[in-house]
Ligand binder design. Structure first.
Ligand code: F6R
Length: 631
């Protein structure tokens, strides 16, 4: 999830774009860059690391005339294709240097496009998918000019818009693209498909950005672009079309938030914003993972298919929320791949002298990629010659660098300390790895894998629907704010969900909370139940695993009989559970193994709202850090 800014107008464009990038700084990033059009040249500067690195480079270049310009685009990058380096930072220029492009998203068919361009002798200078778009746009602009279009200077911006439309019609995936052409100095063109883009309407100037916080100090009038639209901004106006060129309209709105609310997209906390981003994060993590032959595609795999066929045991190692994702993965991997899979807390792993060898696959899961416990476990496994595959959200971080293979979750930066969208994207990554292993080991056929993938692809919409109906959960949270303890129970994949619900509550609301395997209650924890003790019960789907679901219902009856107040999370259509629920939270129907993508989400909201009702800092709970780099 990158930050994007574009400006055209009468004021110093470079400064306006840099200020906009600074406002997007909260999104976190690993590199930044700008392109300014001035005096018939495009000047670019880009640097890995923080925005300060870019600013320093610009100051150093001030002597050699980096100009303020009147048209500029700028980008902060959260790496997906290609590591976070100066070379891979945006903007990307066409080979003739006449077109500059910045991009947020993933171009799924980039490998095919790159091969096609290389066959016409285009030389690529980066590892990104974005560079394809720059070369394609330059080629389209040349073709349009050669065909005689745009002979008059006034046609230049229209030509640029048409060039962009031709390019985006060839792209698959999700993208926001912004481009400038040196021969069209007073225009920025942009396109949007499944990635955010808003236009800021000024007076004699206009803005583009991934969110309104980038231009809120200049204008409060904005237009949200629809899917598959192209927008052209010039000092004189804003023109929107669809990808075919037919006139289109965006959604006009007035921004009445202040700058800090704007960063949070109008949400009170980053955590709520990140919870709301989960459907998109899942969709982005699924993007580009299926080859044209229906096979799962992983990133940076330095393991051969034979290596993966030789695996006779899987260890999943992680901490906290990432560990809970690993617990869910165990059920999926053992069921689909039919090899033993152990899940371990990273902080415990190496101290118990685990038995590892060349045929052990260790999967490490880390949002930050820097968690010291996980890193030390990884190093221990490598010393024992095990092969290590990382699931990580942070491109270029230490854990993926030291692993033999990586599958990046494309969740975008997570600002709130409590992990939400990282968790659901880790689940998706685990499912993909399980399916990949099953496929190359021949225990699942391509059509069986495709059937699960299509269920996964349906989860973003289901989750959007679920998130749309969380008012009751919020009201319940206000009601529970004075509880002294809340217990969570579940079975099978519902057990890690129960643990995750309890962890969220502990870390955010500073309340006593515990998660249990529902069947374990009778072996001790049931003694905790008192009159009115809230117990959150995660009920499995009755479809396919009826026995499991009936067992959980019996556990609910056990706690109710002892006075518990039951908060039941169950699948839509499971009407029989109503009788046992003091509060019922209904989630969309999902296959059992994928259900944590749904059932975890109300628990995130519950914890967040209870914490807020208790007056706590939701985004930065006490005693915690986002990246735990000590053992
Ligand atoms: C809880 C949370 C932590 C992290 C844990 C691992 O909400 O965020 O439990 O999951 O510290 O962090 P990563 O995934 O960065 O290794």
């Amino acid at each position: 999830m990158c930050g994007i800014v574009g400006y055209v107008g009468g004021r110093p464009a470079l400064q306006i774009v840099l200020d906009g990038l600074r406002r997007l700084e909260y999104r976190g990033y690993d590199s930044a860059g700008i392109a300014v059009i001035d005096n018939s040249v495009i000047l670019t500067e880009k640097k890995a690391g923080k925005l300060a690195n870019l600013e320093k480079a610009l100051v150093e270049r001030a002597g050699d005339g980096i100009s303020v310009g009147s048209t500029a685009i700028g980008h902060t990058r959260w790496a997906t294709h290609g590591g976070p380096t100066d070379r891979n930072a945006h903007p990307h220029l066409s080979a003739d240097g006449r077109v500059a492009v910045i991009h947020n998203g993933i171009i799924e068919n980039f490998a095919r496009l790159r091969a096609e361009l290389e066959a016409t002798s285009v030389e690529f200078v980066s590892d990104t998918d974005t560079e394809c778009a720059a070369h394609l746009l330059a080629a389209e602009m040349r073709a349009l000019r050669e065909a005689g279009a745009g002979a008059g200077a006034e046609d230049g911006p229209q030509l640029l818009a048409e060039g962009m439309r031709r390019v985006v019609r060839r792209l698959e995936g999700a993208f926001t693209l912004l481009a400038v052409d040196v021969e069209v100095p007073d225009a920025v063109v942009a396109a949007r498909r499944n990635s955010p883009l808003v236009v800021g309407r000024g007076d004699g100037e206009n803005f583009l950005a991934s969110d309104v916080s980038a231009f809120i100090e200049h204008t409060r009038e904005a237009v949200e672009l629809g899917q598959d639209q192209v927008v052209l901004i010039t000092p004189a106006g804003i023109e929107i079309t669809d990808f075919t060129g037919a006139p289109a309209t965006g959604k006009e709105f007035h921004i009445d938030w202040d700058a800090s609310a704007a960063e949070k997209g109008g949400y009170d906390y980053f955590m709520l914003k990140e919870i709301a981003e989960q459907p998109q994060a899942i969709a982005d993590t699924l993007l580009g993972r299926l080859s044209e032959r229906g096979e799962i595609v992983l990133d940076e795999v330095r393991l051969t298919d034979q290596d993966l066929r030789d695996v006779d045991k899987v260890f999943i190692v992680a901490c906290g929320t990432s560990y809970h994702a690993g617990m869910v993965a165990k059920y999926a991997i053992e069921h689909w791949v039919r090899i033993p899979c152990e899940v371990e807390l990273a902080s415990e792993f190496r101290y118990r002298d685990p038995i590892l060898d060349r045929s052990t696959l260790m999967i490490v899961i880390s949002q930050s990629g820097e968690t010291m416990d996980t890193l030390m476990a990884l190093r221990h496994a490598k010393e024992q010659k095990a092969r290590v595959l990382a699931i990580c959200n942070t491109n270029g971080s230490t854990i993926p660098r030291e692993s033999d293979a990586v599958l990046y979750t494309h969740g975008g930066p997570e600002i709130a300390v409590a992990s939400t969208k990282a968790f659901v994207t880790q689940l998706v990554a685990c499912y993909l790895i399980g399916l990949h292993l099953a496929q190359i080991r021949g225990v699942m056929y391509a059509d069986e894998v495709a059937a699960v993938v299509s269920k996964l692809q349906a989860t973003p919409d289901a989750l959007r629907e679920l998130l749309g109906g969380m008012e009751d959960v919020r009201a319940l949270a206000r009601d529970l704010r004075t509880a002294s303890t809340i217990l969570f129970i579940g079975r099978h994949v519902g057990f890690p969900v129960a643990l995750e619900g309890a962890l969220k509550l502990k870390e955010l609301a500073y309340m006593h909370a515990e998660g249990f395997a529902a069947g374990e209650l009778k072996h001790g924890p049931i003694a905790l139940i008192d009159e009115g003790t809230p117990v959150v019960c995660v009920v499995p789907s009755p479809a396919g695993r009826g026995v499991l679901r009936d067992k959980v219902v019996s556990n609910i009856q056990e706690v109710r009989a002892r006075g518990a107040r039951t908060i039941v999370i169950a699948e839509e259509g499971d009407d029989a559970v109503r009788a046992y629920a003091d509060h019922l939270i209904v989630v969309p129907r999902t296959p059992t193994l994928l259900a944590p993508l749904m059932t975890t989400v109300p628990l995130q909201i519950l914890a967040c709202e209870i914490a807020a009702a208790r007056g706590h800092d939701v985004d930065q709970p006490r005693n915690l850090a986002k990246s735990v780099t000590v053992e």
